[in-house]
Design a protein around this ligand. Structure first.
Ligand code: ADE
Length: 249
């Protein structure tokens, strides 16, 4: 039998992955300061290394870096959680796999164009095509098979990350104007993607819409996250179940 696929799974809050880890066995815990890293096996076919980062880009980047350093051999870094909709056609429970991510608060003008990440000299980061296709197909198949109870049709598009919870239509409009095709906003994904790119590790950002990044965003988010916690694991499992077709190195 081939070695288990090794996925590094990150979420900002326990509710964004589901804090019940009883589906994992051979569970081990490592503490690094205030960060806990959980390591376990899912059905002997997937090694999962999992941590909840806390909110924001620094926390996410710190956790991604620590996870990669603490566990050699990670095949894929996956950030999973919720996001505010920037595309008005999206609704709560829509599933969105990033085909590109951008840090919307990166602005080193006039030295670099707005959004450009100086160390990479790029603004948008795109996941590796083979991993993106695998996850997109897995999510579509799981949805068609009725495995994603309560979730809406999976889709994909541009996700913007920044250290700001967006609950203001004017702020959102400005970002939509500056980032054509923008689908959603959140606070961690592109930071993890940057770390993964710089470390040479494939990455994916998977989000479920919790709110409209508008005046009602805080209330929508708070009520959504309680329901989401009960269902979040379904999304992870949809991918793990299809590990056979993952693009292993
Ligand atoms: N995550 C979920 N909703 C969000 C919002 N409105 N802004 C930023 N991050 C979010």
């Amino acid at each position: 039998m081939s070695r288990p696929l090794h996925i590094g799974l990150l979420g900002a809050m326990p509710e964004e992955i589901g804090c019940d880890l009883s589906h994992l066995h051979k569970l081990e815990i490592e503490e690094h300061g205030d960060l806990t890293i959980h390591k376990g096996l899912w059905q002997d076919s997937v090694q999962l290394t999992l941590a909840w980062s806390g909110w924001g880009k620094v926390s996410a980047a710190r956790t991604a870096t620590r996870l990669l350093a603490a566990t050699p051999g990670i095949d894929l870094l996956l950030f999973s959680g919720v996001a505010g909709a920037a595309d008005p056609t999206l609704e709560q429970w829509d599933v969105l796999l990033a085909d590109a991510v951008v840090q919307h608060d990166m602005d080193a003008r006039p030295l670099f164009p707005r959004f450009t990440l100086p160390p990479l000299n790029r603004d948008q980061l795109k996941p590796q095509a083979a991993w993106f296709q695998w996850a997109r197909t897995a999510l579509d198949q799981a949805h068609a098979a009725g495995e994603l109870q309560g979730f809406r049709q999976p889709g994909s598009g541009l996700i913007a990350t920044g250290d700001r919870f967006i609950g203001d239509p004017d702020v959102l409009d400005e970002l939509r104007g500056a980032l054509p095709g923008l689908k959603a906003v959140e606070m961690e994904g592109a930071a993890v993607a940057q770390v993964a790119e710089q470390e040479g590790i494939p990455w994916l950002v998977l989000r479920v819409i919790s709110d409209g990044a508008d005046d009602a965003a805080a209330a929508s988010f708070s009520s959504f996250i309680k329901d989401y916690e009960q269902r979040a694991w379904q999304l992870t499992e949809a991918l793990l179940k299809r590990q056979d077709s993952a693009p292993r190195p």
